[in-house]
Design a protein around this ligand. Structure first.
Ligand SMILES: Cc1cc2nc3c(=O)[nH]c(=O)nc-3n(C[C@H](O)[C@H](O)[C@H](O)COP(=O)(O)OP(=O)(O)OC[C@H]3O[C@@H](n4cnc5c(N)ncnc54)[C@H](O)[C@@H]3O)c2cc1C
Length: 427
């Protein structure tokens, strides 16, 4: 893969950062990198502060087709096309009895190259994104932990950051016209300002791992995401093929069910759910049993406010919904992109009000809500998309649009009027 040579973390932190920037970004994941790239390209000074040594491990490997447009604007399509990342042409659903639906091929719905997307190794993908931000002019500091956001009244004015680790670490106060929180699930600002609220309808837990040598369908289906239900739909598995014969496999269910104290270790929980998932068993039976199992829980939430004077939230730092439709990276890149345009306009107009910085957020929230309602339908006992479409065939396009990420399309949410009794009222 033709990847830019990663900069050394030591080199990153040798020169002291400037005393002030137009924008300081907390976090160098997809949201922060996308924002920083596009704001730097518009001629503004941007500092990205990322606490983890890069490349760093991260869950969330499956992209959806509409990610194409942000990747295009970031100038990364050619690098992805040259990459080893498996091509994802489709998504397939498998019922709790093991019945496999026909794969849904995105290019049959939209014969455009955006319909072929990728399954990415996040450490490599996120490195590509952050290196791109650096190439386009952002100042990127790794091993840079933001300790505090400095306010003057309710206006954000800068950050306090620790660069490096141990005895050689240094602490700096850096001024900025805009503070962009892209700190992911840490939700740095929303947590401190007590704006973060868990989604009461989506309290879930996940155990996931990586298999080597698991079964892959042949040909065009080799890189497909497969969503497999377990017996009685108590949980579901994702199956995401990655390079080097590795498959990411994760199981999600209600929090109390997944992490009930009697269930044992994450590996034991995973095994118990695998025993209840007919569709998955044949795919992993000849694979090497993994040694490491990861967990995460209660990951669906939103911030009740997305911007204030001199600050704005993007990506997971603003909100996150369940992983079932792989919407996270798409939303992170998209929010970084539209926030960069809003911040550019705000800086140009010298108006750093909440209204200006967060002007993209009402529209964005509507898109997120479209994903969220489809997630709620997925979890509704007895609800089946196939049966719904038999009664309401006119909504097939709306359903596909949401699945591929076309969630900002006007009227796409009309499908939920027909689902009224299924999907509980949203925001
Ligand atoms: C179980 C699960 C499965 C998922 N599967 C998928 C999937 O298949 N497809 C998909 O698209 N999405 C998936 N997601 C979601 C996806 O991983 C996230 O939505 C995405 O990573 C969000 O990007 P981000 O840039 O907002 O945050 P992140 O990628 O989390 O980046 C935030 C960065 O901020 C840094 N940071 C945090 N605090 C500080 C601080 N104080 N100072 C400096 N740096 C800081 C962190 O180190 C991190 O690198 C999944 C999520 C979960 C929970």
């Amino acid at each position: 893969m033709d990847m830019p040579v990663p900069h050394s973390n030591v080199m990153d932190n040798l020169a002291a950062p400037a005393a002030s920037y137009d924008a300081v970004v907390i976090g160098g994941g997809p949201a922060g990198s996308s924002f920083a790239t596009l704001l730097a390209e518009q001629g503004h000074s941007v500092l990205v502060l990322e606490r983890s040594p890069f490349p760093r491990f991260h869950v969330g490997e499956s992209l959806i087709p509409e990610t194409y447009w942000a990747l295009q604007r970031l100038g990364l399509l050619e690098r992805l096309k040259d990459s080893e990342f498996p091509r994802k042409y489709s998504v397939q659903f498998v019922t709790d009895t093991g019945k496999e639906s026909a794969p849904f091929y995105f290019d049959e719905y939209n014969p455009h190259e955006s319909s072929v997307t990728w399954q990415v190794v996040r450490s490599e993908f996120d490195q590509l994104l952050v290196d791109n931000a650096r190439e386009k002019g952002a100042d990127v500091r790794i091993d840079a932990q933001v300790l505090d956001v400095i306010f003057d009244g309710d206006e954000a004015k800068g950050v306090k950051v620790r660069l490096g680790k141990g005895e050689t670490a240094t602490t700096h106060e850096i001024a900025a016209k805009v503070i962009v929180d892209a700190s992911g699930q840490t939700a740095f600002l929303a947590s401190r300002m007590k704006l973060k609220v868990a989604d009461p309808q989506l309290r879930k837990g996940t155990v996931w791992t990586y298999f080597k040598g698991a079964y892959r369908d042949p040909g065009k289906d080799e890189g497909a995401t497969i969503i497999l239900q377990t017996e009685g739909k108590k949980s579901w598995f994702w199956y995401i093929p990655l390079p080097n014969d590795v498959v990411s496999v994760g199981c999600t269910g209600d929090l109390e069910y997944m992490f009930n104290k009697d269930r044992g270790t994450p590996e034991e929980i995973f095994k118990q759910e695998l025993d209840r998932c007919i569709g998955l068993q044949r795919r992993v039976k000849d694979a090497v049993w993994p040694t490491e199992f990861h967990t995460t829980k209660d990951f669906s939430y939103r911030s009740t406010q997305g911007a204030g004077p001199g600050w704005v939230l993007i990506g997971d730092a603003y909100s996150f919904i369940d992983p079932v439709y792989s919407s996270g990276v798409f939303l992170a890149l998209h929010s970084g992109m539209v926030a960069a345009d809003a911040v550019h306009e705000a800086l140009t107009a010298n108006d750093l009000s909440a209204e200006r910085l967060g002007q993209w957020q009402p529209e964005y929230r509507k898109g997120v809500e479209n994903f969220r309602k489809l997630v709620l339908a997925f979890y509704t006992p007895g609800f089946r998309f196939g049966e719904f479409l038999k009664v309401h065939p006119q909504y097939q396009t709306n359903l596909v649009d949401i699945l591929i990420g076309n969630v900002f399309k006007p009227n796409v949410g009309e499908i939920f009027e027909a689902m009224g009794e299924v999907v509980p009222a949203g925001e």
